[in-house]
Design a protein around this ligand. Structure first.
Ligand code: PEP
Ligand code: MG
Length: 333
């Protein structure tokens, strides 16, 4: 066999013939390279705050257009999902200081964008300008917690498009998606999905908010558990809600980059994954080694077990039994 790296070249097709699109996550320019086009189906999450964080002031519309166009051009024939600015929480801009006691529950993500339409509109116009050449733009809104936030975001996107059309530009209509990463959005998954083209689950934040465990606090790190039954329940609700609305559901949090979790994600019925390039070979290896039917059984079994440590053991055993023992992580995390 050509080993684990050879897996990255192959499609993520299960043993019962289901092919899952696998997208790449990125933020730094070096994350996304042209030679990755053959390995992935596009970009599922480009964190636009990263280029903002490495600058000393807000990049202007022309500068942002250049940044986004270079990513869209790197994957010209594949979907590229640009997430609108997601600062606040643990991500700060030196030139836009936010001081508050509870940053993760405070001024963050879409809340800032909607409170500063001039910043948001500049970014949306830049994304749309950048998409003229390749027409592969997908716009993803972070931290959505209500229908109103989504409706306002979509209105501003439409306004940005109209402004550019009034300049005489021919702007393709971008696909749109909502990140599901706040518990309220789990309950609204179906309604939110009706307004957009796809849902993308941000498990990093979703787990922290569902379990009330700061994702960066070492003291409570043991309580942060992707196998918590509430997390699995939430994933099921999101997938069912998205599918009821006829929309696809993707996972772009770190959970999609964990070998054991991929079994559960495949089992709960997600339509695609967006992963870090480093984990791509192992994720494809897992998908290629199982049937979706088997993954569904594992998910159902996990829902019955109800105990994260025991679920983890069952998943580790499933990997070992399938000859993927090399992917079993040492320790709990
Ligand atoms: C997430 O929350 O899972 C996510 C993908 O977004 P970020 O890690 O950038 O908050
Ligand atoms: Mg997030």
């Amino acid at each position: 066999s050509e080993g684990l790296l050879g897996e990255a070249m192959k499609p993520a097709t299960t043993k019962d013939g289901l092919t899952l699109p696998i997208y790449a996550n990125g933020g730094l320019k070096s994350d996304l390279l042209p030679n990755q086009q053959a390995l992935v189906d596009g970009v599922g999450l480009y964190r636009t705050e990263v280029p903002f964080m490495v600058r000393e002031h807000f990049p202007g519309e022309a500068e942002q257009t250049e940044i986004y166009a270079s990513i869209l051009r790197t994957f010209p024939n594949q979907p590229v999902t640009l997430r609108t600015l997601d600062v606040g929480g643990d991500k700060s801009l030196s030139y836009f200081p936010i001081e508050e006691d509870n940053p993760f529950l405070g001024y963050r993500g879409i809340r800032i964008s909607l409170d500063h339409p001039e910043i948001f509109m500049t970014q949306l116009r830049a994304m749309l300008r950048a998409s003229i050449e390749t027409q592969n733009l997908h716009v993803l809104f972070p931290m959505i917690s209500s229908m109103q936030e989504l409706n306002e975001s979509l209105e501003l996107l439409q306004r940005a498009r109209t402004e550019l059309q009034e300049e005489g530009l021919d702007i393709p209509s971008p696909r749109t998606g909502v990140m599901i990463e706040v518990p309220s959005a789990v309950y609204l998954a179906e309604q939110l999905a009706r307004k957009v083209d796809f849902l993308s689950v941000g498990t990093n934040d979703l787990i922290q908010y569902l379990l009330a465990v700061d994702r960066n606090n070492a003291r409570v790190a043991d309580l942060y558990d992707e196998n918590h039954p509430a997390v699995l329940c939430a994933l099921k609700m999101i997938v069912e809600g998205g599918h009821k609305a006829g929309k696809s559901v993707s996972i772009c949090g770190e959970m999609a980059s964990e070998a054991t979790s991929v079994l559960l994600l495949l089992g709960v019925g997600v339509d695609s994954l967006s992963v870090s390039m480093a984990s791509l070979p192992s994720i494809k290896w897992v998908i290629r080694s199982f049937t979706r039917v088997r993954a569904q059984e594992l998910f159902e079994r996990a829902m019955e077990i109800q105990e994260p440590g025991e679920i983890r053991k069952m998943l580790d055993k499933a990997l070992v039994d399938a000859g993927l023992g090399a992917l079993v992580r040492a320790g709990k995390h």
